[in-house]
Design a binder for this molecule. Structure first.
Ligand SMILES: Cc1ncc(COP(=O)(O)O)c(C=O)c1O
Length: 384
């Protein structure tokens, strides 16, 4: 067995796909210590700078004093604490839905939601660039799965037209996590009544960031429809951990009875719920964080474009596509040597030949930070 593992590893390495961990000392922030050296961080999803916010930390510390560290059991046994319910009530009000249910991560929320809604009479229509957790959820479901071209509503409609499935589920990322593009949700919503379909939107990267009040992609695009179910995460812009599904009460009740990743796992630690509640308050109250983030990503995109790089998408996630995996890894390594931490993203996370630097802006970056990053990327990719 050991020899086989080594052989498999060397094949992965030869294809330029071996992954290795980098150690970050201290909290997330615009600058972090990596391998003992301070560097500029441009690959964190802590977009609004809440992961190390003293108010979230105080809320978590108080909750530990009051409730202890662990939840002790799954929600349906004895782990359903008042803070889980308070968080769900806060999410329901934030999203303006009838109900919400918390999951232990975005990955498990997608698994739990999509598998619970699927049976052999279901067809799932998934965008080709949907997140890995959606792809895995589709694979685990009993449904027939069709994948449509990225953000191509015509391609989606052609598949819907042919479908005779009893239940039709369309699933899309709100903001595509490796591309920074926004899904055409208004146009997709226009198909829901015509084809009696339901839309699941994974708003992992829109939550807290998009829309006047940070409610996400639907608020940004001014879309609402009773057949839309929203999933969002609490570990990215909200600086905490976990995820949620928001929608009608009947859906949430069904998930409580049927969703295996909800049922068969220990509940989130109460301190995490307290931090998430505080984060939602801040997201609603402090629009200036979103404004700073936006001004930063607009500046960063413009600087990269002026340096000759195309930057697809329009959000805080900024891809610079370099092609082969090896090239992306080398660029990321050289940038780290130059004091700029940007991860390379390779297959299978992105399609073959589209390995990239995935750059993410934060509200707390200064314009000097961004100028430094643009200069380093230019030196690395153009002169390296
Ligand atoms: C679009 C999308 N969905 C789901 C997830 C999973 O969320 P989590 O990290 O909370 O598991 C992520 C990120 O990891 C994501 O980018």
């Amino acid at each position: 067995m050991h020899t086989e593992l080594l052989e498999e590893l060397s094949k992965i390495e030869a294809a330029g796909l071996k992954r290795a961990l980098k150690t970050v000392e201290g909290p997330q922030g615009p600058r972090v210590v990596v391998n003992g050296r301070e560097v500029l961080l441009l690959c964190s999803n802590d977009y609004l700078g809440l992961a190390n916010d003293p108010r979230l930390k105080d809320a978590a510390k108080k909750a530990i004093d009051e409730y202890g560290v662990g939840a002790g059991a799954s929600r349906l046994v004895s782990g359903n604490m008042s803070l889980h319910e308070a968080l769900e009530d806060r999410i329901r009000r934030f999203k303006g839905t009838q109900a919400a249910l918390v999951f232990n991560s975005g990955y498990t929320a997608n698994l739990g939601l999509i598998t619970a809604l699927s049976d052999r009479q279901t067809e799932i229509f998934s965008d080709r660039l949907d997140h890995a957790s959606i792809i895995d959820a589709c694979a685990l479901s009993l449904a027939k799965v069709k994948r449509y071209r990225n953000r191509d509503v015509g391609s989606l409609e052609r598949l819907l037209k042919k479908s005779t499935a009893r239940r039709k589920l369309i699933v899309t990322d709100g903001v595509f996590s490796m591309d920074g593009t926004i899904a055409p949700v208004r146009e997709i919503a226009g198909l829901l009544d015509k084809y009696s379909a339901t839309l699941i939107i994974d708003d992992a990267h829109g939550t807290g960031v998009l829309g006047e009040h940070g409610k996400g992609t639907l608020e940004e695009l001014g879309v609402s429809h009773p057949s839309i179910i929203q999933m969002g995460t609490l570990g990215k812009a909200l600086g905490s951990f976990g995820a949620f599904v928001a929608g009608p009460k009947a859906l949430i009740e069904l998930l409580i009875s049927k969703s295996r990743p909800f049922i068969f796992t220990t509940a989130l630690p109460p301190a995490i719920c307290a931090a998430s509640i505080k984060a939602l308050d801040i997201v609603e109250d402090e629009a200036e964080r979103r404004a700073r983030l936006k001004s930063n990503y607009v500046y960063l995109r413009a600087g990269l474009n002026a340096a000759g790089f195309e930057t697809p998408g329009s959000t805080q996630i900024i891809p610079v596509i370099v092609g082969e995996a090896e090239k992306a890894i080398k660029a990321s390594e050289r940038l780290l040597e130059a004091g700029v931490f940007i991860q390379s993203i390779r297959p299978p996370t992105v399609p073959d030949g589209s390995s990239r630097l995935r750059i993410t802006a934060m509200a707390a970056h200064t314009k000097e930070d961004l100028d430094l990053a643009i200069g380093a990327i230019k030196d690395t990719l153009l002169n390296g």
